[in-house]
Design a protein around this ligand. Structure first.
Ligand SMILES: Nc1ncnc2c1ncn2[C@@H]1O[C@H](COP(=O)(O)OP(=O)(O)O)[C@@H](O)[C@H]1O
Ligand SMILES: Cc1ncc(COP(=O)(O)O)c(N)n1
Length: 266
């Protein structure tokens, strides 16, 4: 069994962050490990506040994992402040995990910032070059490049530009598109489109967290990148399409992929 580590913030309502990551790893038959960067009070209706874990405690959590367990892949989510980014980057350089998937989380679906503006530059300069795969959504790709995205051609242009900043591969996610939910991968050489129908649903909390965790799991399980992304996208699509509404706001996607398969739903 492969061991996959999430480095992310929390969500007590179980839809995003560390909870989504660990559910996704388990659904892919991987053993879930997790390091917490920030304790967040949030639910399906929004983020109420958060407290960053100190850099020393983040470092010690990462050491506790790597000194003890062989890690096959790492997924990084909410990193909130420059100090958090620096300590994670130092530890990635120290332990050189085989696969690093970075979801550059900036703003929650509810509109609350999860990355302070001063940290955007640090993320771009220090963390981005350590990514085997970086998975910005459209607003995040716009912040990283300073360019507006209105079309698939714009998604391709920013994907290439972010790769030129140092990420080995870039998946520009299309969840914020109006017409469909097509994602675009630039793998450093080729461009791949992952066409996706938009599901009209309020169960979209944690889609980005789950997608990047599914990619990390699929890569840990030995898939090649384009297959890993295609399978991850299907996982998230199914999670949205078959979710039972939970909570009063934007509910979580579901992680019962194998059950859905057995039931003949997918
Ligand atoms: N309403 C939707 N219908 C189908 N797929 C969606 C929908 N919303 C998001 N996705 C997919 O979920 C994944 C996460 O995308 P996105 O929502 O853009 O990320 P984030 O959660 O970081 O904002 C992408 O593969 C995207 O295409
Ligand atoms: C700890 C944490 N990490 C990431 C997200 C983003 O998820 P979403 O964009 O689906 O709200 C979140 N809400 N909370």
């Amino acid at each position: 069994m492969k061991h996959v580590l999430s480095i992310a913030g929390t969500d007590p309502s179980g839809g995003a962050g560390a909870a989504a990551d660990c559910k996704t790893f388990c659904a892919h038959g991987c053993f879930a490990l997790n390091v917490i960067t920030a304790v967040v009070s949030q639910n399906t209706q929004g983020v109420r506040g958060y407290m960053d874990v100190t850099p020393d405690l983040i470092a010690d959590q990462i050491d506790a994992v790597f000194e003890d367990i062989d890690v096959d892949a790492v997924k990084i989510g909410m990193v909130s402040v420059p100090e958090t980014i620096r300590v994670i980057a130092d530890k990635l350089k120290q332990y050189t995990p085989r696969v690093v998937v970075i979801d550059p989380v900036m703003v929650a679906t509810s509109g609350h910032r999860l990355l302070v503006p001063e940290a955007e530059q640090t993320l771009r300069d220090i963390l981005l070059p350590l990514a085997d795969v970086l998975t910005p959504n459209i607003p995040e790709a716009e912040v990283l490049t300073g360019k507006e995205i209105h079309s698939l051609a714009d998604m391709e242009a920013v994907g290439r530009e972010i790769a030129a900043m140092g990420a080995k591969a870039v998946l520009v996610k299309g969840g914020h598109r109006v017409e469909d939910a097509t994602d675009l991968l630039f793998d450093g050489t080729d461009v791949h489109y992952f066409k996706g129908q938009r599901v009209e649903s309020t169960s979209t909390h944690g889609t980005g967290c789950s997608l990047s965790s599914a990619i990390a799991s699929n890569l840990a399980n030995g898939m090649k990148l384009s297959d890993a992304v295609a399978a991850a996208k299907h996982y998230v699509f199914t999670g949205i399409a078959h979710a039972e509404p939970i909570g009063k706001g934007h509910g979580p996607i579901h992680h019962f992929y194998e059950l859905y398969k057995k039931a003949g739903l997918i």
